[in-house]
Write a protein that binds this ligand. Structure first.
Ligand code: AMP
Length: 213
């Protein structure tokens, strides 16, 4: 399949806490294409209490990977939605080289945005992050201590994700280093990778990404 010229099919890769989610949201507005987070797809199924959600609940809460076949199917269904026809940004997939190889024929990324961060900064950012359980508004533990746990955007409850508790954080970071980092090498061999320093501020990282697109 040849892609229409100028179409962006971006993959965001980086450890948890690297700002991938935020960069995905900014890029989505900038490029007018959807950002699809496989973690969010999983959490939505769980919150809705669907059979699929029940089947992956244990892994997601424990910070473990859900089976490749499940995540691939979920993503392919989502990519078939109308809003993704002119391009997309994916956050959270591929997480393993096996997933990347399996997706070779249908994902066809045009660039892989790799946001790099040390474990130390990733842990401190993840421990501090909070989000609205309804609208995904992002905030921090400090802001909640100051302003309370009601979302200023939609009045939903601001919570800490279960997999952002210390034990699950370390498990997810270890998993990132051992199984996801090699995905960057996989795409590097195909000359698709652009690397960014995730310890810089959000606007700065965004400007650097926008510059290479
Ligand atoms: P995230 O929000 O990207 O940190 O993802 C949250 C959780 O969703 C992960 O810890 C996994 O349980 C699951 N998940 C998301 N993407 C994938 C994937 N590509 N492969 C397997 N599991 C995934």
């Amino acid at each position: 399949m040849s892609l229409p010229e100028g179409q962006h099919r971006l993959i965001l890769i980086g450890p948890q806490g690297s700002g991938k989610g935020t960069q995905g949201e900014l890029l989505s507005v900038y490029l007018q294409i959807p950002t699809i987070s496989t973690g969010h797809l999983c959490r939505t199924e769980i919150e809705r209490g669907t059979a699929l959600g029940k089947s992956i609940e244990r892994e997601v809460r424990a910070g473990e990977l859900v089976p490749d076949s499940v995540i691939t199917e979920m993503l392919r269904v989502r990519l078939a939605d109308y809003d993704a026809k002119d391009g997309f940004i994916i956050d959270g997939f591929p997480r393993t080289v096996a997933q990347a190889r399996d997706a070779e024929s249908w994902l066809q990324p045009t660039k892989v945005i790799a946001i790099e961060l040390t474990d130390k900064i990733a842990v401190s950012r993840m421990s501090a992050r909070r989000a609205c359980s309804q609208c995904r508004y992002k905030t921090t533990a400090d802001a909640v201590a100051k302003h309370g746990s009601i979302c200023p955007r939609c009045n939903g409850a601001i919570i800490q994700r279960e997999d952002d508790f210390p034990e699950a954080i370390q498990k997810r970071l270890d998993m990132y280093r051992s199984v996801t980092q090699p995905v960057v090498d996989h795409y590097h061999e195909r000359d698709l990778v652009e690397r960014f320093n995730g310890s810089l501020s959000i606007p700065l990282v965004f400007m650097e990404i926008a510059h290479v697109l």
